[in-house]
Design a protein around this ligand. Structure first.
Ligand code: KIV
Ligand code: NA
Length: 275
């Protein structure tokens, strides 16, 4: 399994890091078999696998349930699990306990938290000291969607761009092993990537980040109707899946499935009860 030191080396060697989200056993297994560098059990699971309207409804229990399934599917891949909404904002003690619960139960390699408030910076330090590597997440932070007023590109003016850079430096100084930048102008993400020593992983943040992450369901067009501008779909599960299910329905209705090939036959008909 790759470790944080490998990701650090990749940044130094200008080698891109690849990351994809996964929420269950087959997704994780497929991602590992494809050779992905890192898996994120994102709290986006609330939307793409549970059908919630945002990540705000996701619980610690949800993250553990799905995190465990992912680890079973990808036992040899560096796996990051999101700390969900309000599980790291009440007190440092409660945050540490929630982190311990998620980290121990899922056997993850790192946890991810959104933001760079003073409290979050303290938490990153405390978790790191306790032996839990932390990935930071700045720019568009979906757990704050109701405060931000929507899913919008962040850091588009001088003041917020400067704040993003300074926040990036702060999370790095606090011990974060990597930084996810979501929906940040390409030019700003490039500067942040140059200015901090830890690898940046972009989603909607341009080509200059040290790595890229996308949501599994977006890459494969799986259950999602609309793709954000920053997504490239590399498959179409919606189309292929629907076509397959339609064929199955049609075959059963017209009696062409199952055939003898799909049936268990007995050689000695004498054993059959009379009818
Ligand atoms: O939950 C998630 O999928 C994420 C990525 C968008 C980075 O946090
Ligand atoms: Na997330």
């Amino acid at each position: 399994m790759l470790t944080r030191l490998d990701f650090q080396k990749m940044k130094q060697n200008n080698e891109k890091t690849t990351m994809i989200t996964a929420y269950d056993y087959p997704q994780a297994k497929g991602a590992e078999e494809a050779g992905i560098d890192m898996i994120l059990v994102g709290d986006s699971l609330g939307m793409v696998t549970l059908g919630y309207t945002s990540t705000v409804q996701v619980t610690v229990g949800d993250m553990i349930h799905h995190g465990k399934a992912v680890r079973r599917g990808a036992p040899n891949t560096f796996t990051v699990v999101d700390m969900p909404f309000m599980s790291y904002h009440v007190s440092v003690e409660d945050s540490l306990m929630n982190a311990r619960e998620i980290f121990q139960q899922t056997d993850a390699q790192a946890l991810k938290v959104e933001g760079a408030s003073d409290e979050i910076l303290v938490l990153i330090k405390r978790l790191t000291e306790a032996g839990i590597p932390v990935i930071a997440h700045l720019g568009l932070t979906p757990q704050s969607v109701n405060v931000l007023g929507g899913y919008k590109v962040q850091g588009k003016d001088k003041k917020t761009a400067e704040k993003l850079l300074s926040d990036a430096k702060k999370v790095a100084e606090s011990g974060a092993i990597s930084l996810v930048l979501e929906c940040v102008p390409k030019e700003l993400a490039e500067i942040i990537t140059k200015e901090i020593d830890i690898p940046t992983i972009g989603i909607g943040a341009g080509i200059d980040c040290d790595g890229q992450v996308l949501v599994y369901h977006d890459i494969l067009k799986y259950g999602v109707d609309r793709l954000p501008k920053f997504v490239q779909a590399y498959g179409d599960f919606n189309k292929e899946g629907k076509a397959a299910i339609e064929s199955y329905i049609s075959d059963v209705k017209k009696g062409s499935f199952p055939t003898e090939k799909h049936s268990f036959l007995i050689k000695n008909k004498d054993i059959l009860p009379n009818s």
